[in-house]
Ligand binder design. Structure first.
Ligand code: HEC
Ligand code: HEC
Length: 238
């Protein structure tokens, strides 16, 4: 793969290629009845229906800070639910919910959300219009090489739509959620992910960098694909 061979020139992103190559998908590939029931109705043990917060189609709720789940890979979602359940990823709202699910229920509901549609990519590809003064777009599309910081899109995909099961989509998430996760990676309330990659990335970013790059990928409105497209168009116009 030429994308990976290009990326192998830097060790951080090169490691990321190895992860993609080594990730196994099949165990999570099938949608299932248990997962969709938990999503729509919750569980008999009292777990709230996921749709209450994450939306009828897993589209999330930007205003409330609830992330989009549709379009994220089942293996990624299952890993986050484990981290939330055992407290490695700390969140006062989602932590107790993850903990209340059994391991089998976490797997089933992750498989269900993993089977929903892909996240929308961002409309803008960068390229010609990219200005050095636009710090967020520059970090997202070019990175900061004098600081050994690869561009976000090298791992998260050209339009932030995600790559494989290890690199989640950023497009479709709200700016506020993305910024909050960057801080969580940096301050250790969320584990850095495979090979601690996101801890390394976030540690190189200032607060200003984080909000700029979060604004580049994120959107402020409701997270439906239609609104995301409108949001990107509006961004491009200003
Ligand atoms: C009361 C609201 C609420 C309910 C109900 C809820 N969640 Fe969440 N969920 C959240 C919040 C808030 C976050 C963000 C946590 C953070 O900032 O770290 C989250 C994050 C997540 C994440 C991490 C997403 C990512 O991109 O890393 C997953 C996976 C998840 N929820 C799955 C579920 C599932 C499955 C259910 C149903 C069993 C569910 N949630 C029910 C509020 C909720
Ligand atoms: C070297 C590869 C790599 C680079 C470069 C990278 N990321 Fe990540 N990112 C990851 C991995 C791997 C994860 C999944 C972490 C996990 O499993 O918990 C992730 C997760 C995230 C998440 C959490 C998404 C969610 O749904 O909760 C955000 C936000 C994020 N990255 C933003 C960024 C931004 C912004 C940049 C650029 C400044 C960036 N990343 C650059 C590898 C990378």
């Amino acid at each position: 793969m030429n994308r990976c061979s290009r990326m192998l020139s830097i060790s951080l992103a090169g490691a990321a290629c190895l992860i993609v190559a080594g990730t196994a998908l099949p165990a999570f590939a099938q949608p299932n009845a248990l997962g969709s029931t938990i999503a729509a109705k919750g569980t008999a043990a009292g777990v709230l229906a996921c749709v209450t917060c994450h939306g009828a189609k897993g589209e999330g709720n930007a205003a409330a800070g609830f992330p989009r789940l549709a379009g994220l890979a089942a293996a990624y979602l299952a890993g986050q639910l484990e981290n939330l359940a055992d407290g490695k990823r700390q969140n006062p709202v989602m932590g107790p919910i993850a903990k209340q699910l059994t391991p089998a229920e976490r797997k089933a509901v992750a498989a269900y959300y993993g089977s929903l549609g892909a996240a929308p990519g961002l409309a803008s590809g960068g390229g010609e219009a990219l200005k050095r003064s636009d710090n967020g777009a520059w970090l997202a599309l070019r990175g900061r090489w004098d600081d050994n910081l690869p561009a976000c899109v090298q791992c998260h995909g050209a339009s932030g739509a995600g790559v494989g099961s290890a690199f989640p989509a950023l497009a479709g998430q709200s700016s506020a959620y993305i910024a909050a996760q960057m801080h969580a990676f940096k301050n250790g309330t969320r584990p850095g992910g495979p090979l601690n990659l996101m801890k390394v990335v976030a540690s190189k970013l200032s607060d200003t960098d984080m909000s700029a790059v979060a604004d580049h990928f994120g959107h402020a409105g409701a997270a439906s694909p239609a609104n995301t497209a409108a949001g990107s168009a509006a961004k491009g116009a200003k």
